[in-house]
Design a protein around this ligand. Structure first.
Ligand code: GRF
Length: 203
Protein backbone atom coordinates (compact mmCIF):
# COMPACT_ATOMS: atom_id res chain seq x y z
CA UNK A 1 0.00 0.00 0.00
CA UNK A 2 1.06 3.61 -0.60
CA UNK A 3 -0.01 5.90 2.25
CA UNK A 4 -1.07 9.53 1.74
CA UNK A 5 -1.05 11.28 5.13
CA UNK A 6 -3.02 14.51 5.62
CA UNK A 7 -2.12 16.80 8.56
CA UNK A 8 -2.93 20.29 9.84
CA UNK A 9 -0.55 20.81 12.74
CA UNK A 10 2.43 19.49 14.65
CA UNK A 11 2.10 15.96 13.26
CA UNK A 12 2.78 13.82 16.32
CA UNK A 13 0.54 11.08 14.89
CA UNK A 14 2.48 11.38 11.61
CA UNK A 15 5.71 10.88 13.54
CA UNK A 16 4.39 7.68 15.19
CA UNK A 17 3.33 6.33 11.78
CA UNK A 18 6.71 7.18 10.19
CA UNK A 19 8.45 5.35 13.06
CA UNK A 20 6.22 2.28 12.61
CA UNK A 21 6.93 2.20 8.85
CA UNK A 22 10.67 2.70 9.40
CA UNK A 23 10.90 -0.20 11.90
CA UNK A 24 9.07 -2.42 9.42
CA UNK A 25 5.97 -2.71 11.60
CA UNK A 26 3.75 -1.40 8.80
CA UNK A 27 4.61 -3.04 5.42
CA UNK A 28 3.76 0.07 3.37
CA UNK A 29 5.35 3.19 1.93
CA UNK A 30 4.50 6.79 2.85
CA UNK A 31 4.07 8.27 -0.64
CA UNK A 32 3.22 11.83 0.40
CA UNK A 33 2.44 14.07 3.37
CA UNK A 34 0.04 16.94 2.69
CA UNK A 35 -0.81 19.78 5.09
CA UNK A 36 -3.48 22.44 4.63
CA UNK A 37 -1.20 25.03 6.27
CA UNK A 38 2.24 26.03 4.99
CA UNK A 39 3.65 26.27 8.53
CA UNK A 40 2.40 22.87 9.73
CA UNK A 41 5.34 21.24 11.52
CA UNK A 42 4.17 17.93 10.03
CA UNK A 43 5.65 19.07 6.69
CA UNK A 44 9.02 19.62 8.37
CA UNK A 45 8.91 16.13 9.89
CA UNK A 46 8.29 14.66 6.42
CA UNK A 47 11.06 16.69 4.78
CA UNK A 48 13.53 15.51 7.45
CA UNK A 49 12.71 11.93 6.42
CA UNK A 50 12.92 12.60 2.67
CA UNK A 51 9.18 12.07 2.27
CA UNK A 52 7.43 14.29 -0.34
CA UNK A 53 5.83 17.09 1.72
CA UNK A 54 3.24 19.27 -0.06
CA UNK A 55 1.25 22.20 1.34
CA UNK A 56 -2.24 22.50 -0.18
CA UNK A 57 -3.53 25.73 1.33
CA UNK A 58 -7.27 25.89 1.95
CA UNK A 59 -7.67 29.61 1.32
CA UNK A 60 -5.81 29.41 -2.00
CA UNK A 61 -9.00 27.93 -3.42
CA UNK A 62 -12.26 29.76 -4.06
CA UNK A 63 -14.38 26.69 -3.31
CA UNK A 64 -14.00 23.70 -0.97
CA UNK A 65 -14.49 21.47 -4.03
CA UNK A 66 -11.44 23.06 -5.69
CA UNK A 67 -9.38 22.50 -2.54
CA UNK A 68 -10.44 18.84 -2.43
CA UNK A 69 -9.71 18.35 -6.12
CA UNK A 70 -6.21 19.72 -5.47
CA UNK A 71 -5.78 17.22 -2.61
CA UNK A 72 -6.99 14.37 -4.83
CA UNK A 73 -4.67 15.42 -7.67
CA UNK A 74 -1.64 15.23 -5.38
CA UNK A 75 -2.73 11.91 -3.84
CA UNK A 76 -3.41 10.32 -7.23
CA UNK A 77 -0.17 11.74 -8.71
CA UNK A 78 1.69 9.88 -5.92
CA UNK A 79 -0.25 6.63 -6.41
CA UNK A 80 -1.79 6.76 -2.96
CA UNK A 81 -3.97 3.74 -2.10
CA UNK A 82 -4.76 4.51 1.57
CA UNK A 83 -5.52 8.02 2.88
CA UNK A 84 -4.62 8.61 6.55
CA UNK A 85 -6.04 11.70 8.32
CA UNK A 86 -3.51 12.41 11.08
CA UNK A 87 -4.63 15.54 12.92
CA UNK A 88 -6.32 16.89 9.77
CA UNK A 89 -8.78 19.58 10.78
CA UNK A 90 -10.90 19.92 7.64
CA UNK A 91 -14.26 18.32 6.91
CA UNK A 92 -14.05 16.31 3.69
CA UNK A 93 -17.06 16.39 1.40
CA UNK A 94 -18.55 13.38 -0.46
CA UNK A 95 -16.47 14.43 -3.53
CA UNK A 96 -13.32 13.46 -1.65
CA UNK A 97 -14.76 10.52 0.31
CA UNK A 98 -16.16 8.85 -2.84
CA UNK A 99 -12.74 8.99 -4.52
CA UNK A 100 -11.32 6.77 -1.74
CA UNK A 101 -14.38 4.89 -0.43
CA UNK A 102 -13.37 2.49 2.31
CA UNK A 103 -9.75 3.66 2.05
CA UNK A 104 -9.67 6.66 4.41
CA UNK A 105 -8.73 6.28 8.10
CA UNK A 106 -9.09 8.96 10.77
CA UNK A 107 -8.12 9.32 14.42
CA UNK A 108 -10.45 11.17 16.76
CA UNK A 109 -9.43 12.12 20.34
CA UNK A 110 -12.60 10.82 22.05
CA UNK A 111 -14.55 7.57 22.41
CA UNK A 112 -16.96 7.96 19.47
CA UNK A 113 -19.86 8.25 19.17
CA UNK A 114 -19.31 10.53 22.18
CA UNK A 115 -17.90 13.99 21.58
CA UNK A 116 -17.52 14.21 17.78
CA UNK A 117 -16.23 17.46 16.28
CA UNK A 118 -13.32 19.77 16.83
CA UNK A 119 -13.46 20.18 20.66
CA UNK A 120 -13.49 16.63 21.99
CA UNK A 121 -11.43 17.20 25.17
CA UNK A 122 -13.26 20.42 26.07
CA UNK A 123 -16.64 18.69 25.60
CA UNK A 124 -15.60 15.59 27.56
CA UNK A 125 -14.36 17.67 30.52
CA UNK A 126 -17.48 19.86 30.41
CA UNK A 127 -19.68 16.77 30.51
CA UNK A 128 -17.80 15.35 33.49
CA UNK A 129 -16.97 11.92 32.04
CA UNK A 130 -14.59 9.77 34.13
CA UNK A 131 -13.17 7.91 31.11
CA UNK A 132 -12.19 9.30 27.72
CA UNK A 133 -9.89 8.11 24.97
CA UNK A 134 -9.47 7.91 21.20
CA UNK A 135 -10.97 6.19 18.19
CA UNK A 136 -9.60 5.08 14.81
CA UNK A 137 -12.36 4.74 12.24
CA UNK A 138 -13.05 4.53 8.51
CA UNK A 139 -14.19 7.90 7.16
CA UNK A 140 -17.67 7.98 5.66
CA UNK A 141 -19.75 10.93 4.49
CA UNK A 142 -20.65 11.98 8.02
CA UNK A 143 -18.41 13.72 10.56
CA UNK A 144 -16.54 11.30 12.85
CA UNK A 145 -19.27 8.71 12.08
CA UNK A 146 -17.64 5.89 10.09
CA UNK A 147 -17.11 2.23 11.15
CA UNK A 148 -14.90 1.99 14.24
CA UNK A 149 -11.65 0.01 13.89
CA UNK A 150 -9.99 0.45 17.30
CA UNK A 151 -10.43 2.43 20.52
CA UNK A 152 -8.36 3.04 23.65
CA UNK A 153 -9.59 4.44 26.99
CA UNK A 154 -7.81 6.65 29.52
CA UNK A 155 -8.99 7.88 32.95
CA UNK A 156 -10.08 11.50 33.37
CA UNK A 157 -8.41 12.68 36.58
CA UNK A 158 -9.35 15.34 39.12
CA UNK A 159 -7.99 18.70 37.99
CA UNK A 160 -7.48 17.58 34.39
CA UNK A 161 -7.28 20.40 31.87
CA UNK A 162 -7.71 20.06 28.11
CA UNK A 163 -3.91 19.95 27.91
CA UNK A 164 -3.37 17.23 30.51
CA UNK A 165 -6.20 15.09 29.10
CA UNK A 166 -4.98 15.64 25.52
CA UNK A 167 -1.47 14.52 26.46
CA UNK A 168 -2.80 11.31 28.11
CA UNK A 169 -5.02 10.54 25.09
CA UNK A 170 -2.26 11.33 22.58
CA UNK A 171 -0.09 8.55 24.04
CA UNK A 172 -2.85 6.08 23.13
CA UNK A 173 -3.38 7.68 19.71
CA UNK A 174 0.27 7.00 18.92
CA UNK A 175 -0.32 3.34 19.77
CA UNK A 176 -3.67 2.52 18.13
CA UNK A 177 -3.27 4.53 14.90
CA UNK A 178 -0.15 2.66 13.70
CA UNK A 179 -1.71 -0.61 14.92
CA UNK A 180 -4.89 0.07 12.91
CA UNK A 181 -2.97 1.02 9.76
CA UNK A 182 -0.95 -2.20 10.13
CA UNK A 183 -4.16 -4.27 10.28
CA UNK A 184 -5.51 -2.54 7.17
CA UNK A 185 -2.28 -2.95 5.21
CA UNK A 186 -2.13 -6.64 6.18
CA UNK A 187 -5.67 -7.05 4.81
CA UNK A 188 -7.07 -8.04 8.20
CA UNK A 189 -9.98 -5.57 8.38
CA UNK A 190 -13.47 -6.38 7.09
CA UNK A 191 -16.41 -4.01 7.35
CA UNK A 192 -20.09 -4.31 6.49
CA UNK A 193 -20.29 -0.53 6.38
CA UNK A 194 -21.22 -0.25 10.07
CA UNK A 195 -19.14 -2.71 12.05
CA UNK A 196 -15.51 -3.76 11.54
CA UNK A 197 -14.17 -7.28 12.09
CA UNK A 198 -10.47 -7.94 12.58
CA UNK A 199 -9.41 -11.16 10.84
CA UNK A 200 -6.76 -13.06 12.76
CA UNK A 201 -4.06 -14.54 10.57
CA UNK A 202 -4.02 -18.35 10.79
CA UNK A 203 -1.17 -19.19 13.15
C1 GRF B 1 -4.69 14.83 17.92
O1 GRF B 1 -5.29 14.79 19.20
C2 GRF B 1 -5.65 14.21 16.93
O2 GRF B 1 -6.48 13.23 17.50
C3 GRF B 1 -6.47 15.38 16.53
O3 GRF B 1 -5.53 16.41 16.36
C4 GRF B 1 -4.57 16.28 17.44
C5 GRF B 1 -3.21 16.67 16.91
O4 GRF B 1 -2.61 15.61 16.34
N1 GRF B 1 -7.22 15.12 15.34
P1 GRF B 1 -1.10 15.65 15.75
O5 GRF B 1 -0.16 15.87 16.91
O6 GRF B 1 -1.03 16.81 14.76
O7 GRF B 1 -0.94 14.31 15.12
Amino acid sequence: ERLGILCSGRGSNLASIIEAVERGDIPAEIAIVIADKADAYALERAREKGIPAVPVIYRDYAERADFERALLKELQAHGVTLVVLAGFMRILSPIFVHAYTGRILNIHPALLPSFPGAHAHRDALAYGVKVSGCTVHFVDEGMDSGPIIMQAAVPVLEGDTEETLAARVLEQEHRIFPASIKLYVEGRLRTDGRKVQILHVAE
